[in-house]
Structure formats: structure tokens, C-alpha cells
Design a binder for this molecule. Structure first.
Ligand code: FAD
Length: 302
């Protein structure tokens, strides 16, 4: 019977990872960071190792301890910065295979068969690795596993620190949570100046949406904070509706929005690559189109 260790720093991460390995027999959880402080942890219904730290060194030490005790066949978690850092270090140390960006998973007795996107998600690879293995999954792909019941909590003491934290500098963040957004208005270089983004924010307000951006807007021009940056090197989002305005559709951007249910593109160039991937396309100058759309939505609101 295949045994699974689920590693995560939030309850949604843990529930989805449990869903990904629902075929596994015995399962235990290592909850760190925010998850360790979350009261919902008590109701997860499994044995839970709780680590009140998100220091990658502490996570590595905790994974090692639980791994040696429980001897899982699969260690699994979401692709997050801390999971990536800690689990890749652990995988290297123990010589374990570590597929990442996994979007489907089939567990056999001695191996797993999984799929993952590559070439900026333009192709899908189906691969097999022997167990034991470490697996990092794409978020919001697997069905969360819901099971109510008292968890058996085991507290772990943070240990194994090799890197000392000297200073913590807060990133300038907007506080938006694109990963949870149901509608996202994405803004790109089609906007000529920062003040013009007001059009996108107005549209977003009318739709109950969040505003995200292509890399140049967040990283180069710094018109929006980094947590608005969508794409292969930014956030991967999965809203019900993604409205890309003045975005050309570079693979590095589209990799971040592939899991959107519906993609609508507004672009004045009818040959823009985004139209090949959008469900609906509007060939228009955003400076003409958005004021009309905003007016229509405002009228409907009255
Ligand atoms: P552009 O490509 O310049 O497109 C602007 C679009 O706006 C054009 O299609 C144009 O026709 C349209 N337009 C212009 N004026 C108007 C108007 N008035 N009305 C309507 N449409 C208009 N990019 C990301 O977004 N996220 C990433 O995570 C990311 N990671 C990267 C990683 C690497 C290693 C590399 C090399 C690149 C990465 N990029 C990323 C950059 C990516 O390749 C593109 O350069 C970027 O996505 C382009 O942004 P854009 O679509 O806003 O701008």
C-alpha cells in the first residue's frame, strides 16, 4: 500500500495535495507556517506534524524527521517558494526523483505516472518515475479532499538552521490575491501610461475583479506591485474569467493564465498571438473600447 506525506503551509494546499494522492493508502501531513497556526488543522482527520516556522532549513529538518519515521513512498505539495526550496534540497540529499508542475497523477505500486506542461505549457509531457518520489503539483488542478474528523497533532521543534536571518524587508505588495480571484483584468503594454490603468481598475470594480499585469507593467515600469505580475516567472492564476487588455500573449505570460476557464483578449492588432489562445477576442483600441464598455456596465448597474 502506497504511503503519502503531504507538505503544505495552508489548508487549501494540504486539501488539494490530499486530493492528488487520494489513491494512496496511509497519509500523514506536515503543516508548517500559516497552516500550523490554522484552527482548521485540528479537523483534518489525519495525523498532522505541526511546525510553527516557514524557514526552509526548519522545513527540511522536519521533512527528514517525518520521512525517516513514516517512510512514505510519495512526498507531495503545491509548487510554492518554500516547498520548492526545502523539498528540492531534500530530494538532492536523498537522491529522490522530483517531478514538478504536475497536473495529473496516477499511483502504481512501485511508480507514478504523471503529466506536466513544458515549453511554457504549450506541450504536455507524460512521464513515469519510480517510487519513492517527491511531487510538486500545480495549484487548483486537483480536487480538494474533504474529510472532517479530529486530527492527531504532533508538534515539531524548529531545528536544523544553517542560514541565519539577518534582516527582513517587506516587499511592496498591493494585498491583492490573484490566486483566489474569480475574475481578473490583465493589463499589458498596450496601456501607454500609468494613469491610464485607471480604466482597467474602473472595469475591475464594475466586474468585481482583481487587476493583474504582464511582466513589463509590474517588473519594468513598476506601475503595479510585483504581486500583480502574472506568468511563468510571476503568478499562475485560474480565474473563471481572464480579460487580457493590451497584452500580446507571449508564452511566458500565457503560461500563467492557462488554467483560466474563459480568456477574453482586447488588442488593437488582429494578428496578436493572444487571439490564438483566447476564447473571445475583441480587435479594438483599448482607449476607445474600454470607455464604451465601462459606460454600458455602469448603465446596467443603475
Ligand atoms: P507587448 O508584447 O509589448 O504587447 C503589447 C500588446 O498591446 C501588443 O499586442 C499590442 O498590439 C497591444 N496594444 C498596443 N496598444 C494598444 C491599444 N491602444 N489598444 C489595444 N491593444 C494595444 N511576461 C509576463 O507577462 N509574465 C512572465 O512571467 C514573464 N516571464 C518571462 C520570463 C522570461 C525568462 C522571459 C525571457 C520573458 C518573460 N516575460 C514574461 C516577458 C514576455 O516574453 C513578454 O515580453 C511580455 O509578456 C510582454 O508583455 P505585454 O504583452 O504587456 O507587452
Amino acid at each position: 500500500m502506497v504511503k503519502a506525506l503531504i507538505v503544505g503551509s495552508s489548508i487549501p494546499e494540504i486539501k488539494e495535495s490530499l486530493g492528488a494522492v487520494s489513491q494512496a493508502g496511509e497519509k500523514v501531513i506536515l503543516a508548517y507556517g500559516n497552516a500550523a497556526e490554522d484552527e482548521q488543522l485540528q479537523q483534518l482527520g489525519f495525523k498532522v506534524y505541526r511546525l510553527k516556522s516557514s524557514h526552509p532549513d526548519h522545513i527540511v529538518a522536519a521533512v527528514e524527521k517525518v520521512y525517516d519515521e513514516f517512510k512514505p513512498d510519495i512526498v507531495i505539495g503545491w509548487i510554492t517558494k518554500n516547498n520548492r526550496a526545502a523539498l528540492s534540497y531534500f530530494a538532492g540529499k536523498r537522491g529522490l526523483p522530483m517531478p514538478t508542475d504536475v497536473t495529473s497523477l496516477e499511483i502504481k505500486e512501485d511508480s507514478i505516472i504523471y503529466t506536466r506542461g513544458f515549453l511554457s505549457e504549450r506541450a504536455i509531457a507524460k512521464e513515469k518515475v519510480p517510487l519513492p518520489a517527491i511531487v510538486l503539483i500545480n495549484q487548483k488542478v486537483f480536487k480538494p479532499f474533504e474529510q472532517a474528523g479530529q486530527a492527531e497533532i504532533v508538534d515539531l521543534t524548529p531545528a536544523g538552521e544553517t542560514v541565519k536571518l539577518v534582516e527582513v524587508k517587506k516587499k511592496v505588495l498591493s494585498g491583492i490575491n490573484l490566486e483566489e480571484a474569480e475574475i481578473i483584468v490583465g493589463v499589458g503594454r498596450g496601456f501607454k501610461k500609468k494613469e491610464d490603468l485607471e480604466l482597467a481598475f474602473k472595469l475591475a470594480e464594475l466586474l468585481g475583479a482583481q487587476v493583474g499585469a504582464s511582466r513589463p507593467i509590474a517588473a519594468d515600469y513598476k506601475w503595479l506591485p510585483e504581486d500583480a505580475w502574472i506568468g511563468i516567472s510571476g503568478k499562475r492564476v485560474s480565474p473563471k474569467l481572464y480579460i487580457a487588455i493590451g497584452i500580446s500573449g507571449a508564452p511566458q505570460h500565457m503560461a500563467g493564465v492557462m488554467n483560466s476557464k474563459i480568456i477574453v483578449a482586447v488588442n488593437k492588432d488582429k494578428t496578436a498571438p493572444i487571439f490564438k489562445q483566447a476564447d473571445y477576442g475583441v480587435v479594438a483600441d483599448l482607449y476607445q473600447f474600454l470607455p464604451v464598455l465601462i459606460k454600458k456596465l455602469e448603465e446596467r448597474r443603475k
